[in-house]
Unconditional design. Structure first.
Length: 373
């Protein structure tokens, strides 16, 4: 039963919104700042195909077609036939683009000449094949039209895609490129560093694994003889580390398993990397102390029979010239040497040993820190 109440009309009797039939594809009806109904169209690119015809004794002279590069830049592409004298006047708001041709020029020759001229014009891109011109580079503009021309023109619009509806600085509702790549349709967790990304609907959030830093503070006293490399003895009765374990002549390349355990200041609980070795030292003026950080590792459990020695990796060394008991000197090492048989990261149960040596004898006090992560 028919009804006169609009709110009660069935769907098939309700008309489309005003200007729906003439609105662009991918458009949205809005009420603009002037309180008027407006169809806001998404941005798009246009490709025009132009079919040329031959000139017949100057009949193409003064004819033209129109190309809209964008909403503000417009061209009248007109033909000037050799021997013809009338002057072309472009439409208001249009820029004239002249294509010079000969009388009785063929459609293919006209397409080639037109393409050459159009490729010199702004950002237009033109190609030709026989008597057809394919023209692109137009964005969010009106379709190319024949205007005063016997040429046939067809247009294909392609939405830009991945746009969002938003207001500009003046409050106008506009389509604009999405800063994040559009709506999220799937999630990935590739990588472990860097910023999250969104593209083609795929949101990638790296798997940020928290990396703990491990810090070990070491204080020790030394009263060492020349030519011998000393390691620290484990703190015992007075809780003071001392450089008192004779590891051999300065520049050792191996260490016994017992001395590795006795003199180590760090046992690695999980694979990690050295980040820094820094600290302060004071002692007798002008004495020189060579401080070294050694990496030492053994298979766990030890093979049978157990080795008598194991190689050391001298990963850092620094010479410190002391300036007296009241003037400590500092050091900071952040670059470490690698050694054959040792990986970049410290392995589980790998030990760190700090050694001290001198060429003259030295008395000193050390406060240092090892950072790993």
């Amino acid at each position: 039963m028919a009804t006169n109440f609009h709110s009660e009309l069935p769907n098939d009797q309700i008309h489309s919104p005003k200007d729906f039939s003439t609105a662009n594809k991918s458009s949205v009806a809005i009420k603009n700042l002037q309180s008027e109904l407006e169809w806001s169209k998404a941005n798009y690119t246009t490709v025009s195909t132009i079919k040329t015809t031959a000139d017949a004794y100057g009949t193409l002279h003064g004819t033209y077609f129109s190309v809209f590069l964008n909403s503000t830049t417009k061209f009248n592409v007109y033909y000037k036939v050799t021997g013809e004298t009338s002057t072309f006047v472009p439409d208001p708001g249009f820029t004239a683009v002249e294509v010079a041709i000969n009388a009785n020029e063929t459609p293919t020759a006209i397409a080639v000449k037109t393409t050459t001229i159009l490729n010199r014009t702004s950002t237009l891109v033109a190609t030709s094949s026989t008597n057809y011109i394919t023209l692109s580079g137009m964005t969010s503009s009106e379709d190319s039209i024949a205007s005063v021309s016997p040429f046939f023109i067809s247009n294909v619009q392609t939405p830009v895609g991945n746009e969002v509806f938003q207001t500009d600085s003046s409050g106008n509702i506009k389509w604009a490129a999405s800063s994040g790549g559009g709506a999220v349709t799937s999630l990935t967790t590739t990588g472990t560093t860097g910023a999250s990304t969104l593209g083609s609907g795929v949101l990638n959030i790296p798997n940020y694994s928290p990396k703990p830093y491990l810090s070990q503070n070491i204080e020790a006293y030394g009263n060492i003889s020349a030519g011998i490399e000393y390691g620290m003895n484990n703190a015992q009765y007075n809780s003071e580390h001392k450089f008192s374990v004779n590891l051999g002549a300065t520049g050792i390349t191996t260490i016994t398993p017992k001395n590795m355990v006795t003199t180590s200041v760090w046992c690695t609980p999980l694979p990690t990397t050295l980040k820094s070795f820094n600290g302060w030292m004071w002692g007798v003026n002008n004495q020189i102390v060579t401080l070294s950080l050694l990496r030492v590792k053994l298979n766990c459990p030890l093979p049978s029979p157990a080795p008598s020695t194991t190689p050391v990796c001298r990963t850092a060394t620094i010479n410190l010239t002391l300036k007296g008991n009241n003037t400590p000197v500092c050091f900071a090492i952040s670059s470490f040497l690698s050694c054959s048989g040792f990986t970049q990261s410290l392995a589980v149960n790998e030990m760190l040993v700090i050694t001290a040596s001198t060429t003259t004898g030295a008395q000193f006090s050390l406060n240092s820190n090892i950072l790993l992560g």
